[in-house]
Design a protein around this ligand. Sequence first.
Ligand code: 5GP
Length: 205
Amino acid sequence: MKKGLLVVVSGFAGTGKGTLMKKLVSDYDNYALSVSMTTRAPRPGETNGKEYFFVTKEEFEKTISEDGLVEYANYVGNYYGTPKQYVTDQLAAGMNVILEIEIQGALKIKERFPEALLLFVMPPSAAELKRRLVGRGTETEDVIEKRLKRAIEESEGIEQYDYILVNDDCQICLEQMHAVIESAKWAASRNTDFIEQIRSELKEL
Ligand code: 5GP
């Protein structure tokens, strides 16, 4: 069985990546969404073990010292990290494992797992991003301003990703994401073992 692909998905707040990820997991059967560990407080409606594993700073640091995370980062004063066990188990079971994480973590994953695929979800335009953030109605004007400023910083790193995906129509973006992931599996650089195997079989003929 072919091993699954490790896929990192980043994007500005308000690009709709959360909805995309939920649809990816429900519409296709070979995706596993990693649940991160965080020290930030749960928002109303969030459940422990579903959106995140909510832990204390001490518990988080203990997990770091036990080498239980594949990556972690400090984001706006809180720790966020990806538990290792789930990722390794799901990849071994042939699933594509999705990490919805920010850029510092994404770059650490690329360093540690060079075969990982890095995707960045973009809004169709900056004006549309603002419209979506305002339209949600869940954030104050001040928070919206902070998120837009943060988007300017995050936009500096996009060239380090493998592909961008524009989320204009959610269904089209979802299908493109699946297609990119399936195609990426056939990159020569991700199939060096198979190439080597054919090479040595050829010599045996
Ligand atoms: P939020 O607090 O809005 O849920 O998440 C804040 C940011 O942390 C988002 O950009 C999200 O993608 C990122 N994030 C969530 N989990 C992880 C993780 O395990 N590692 C890293 N590096 N970032 C994460």
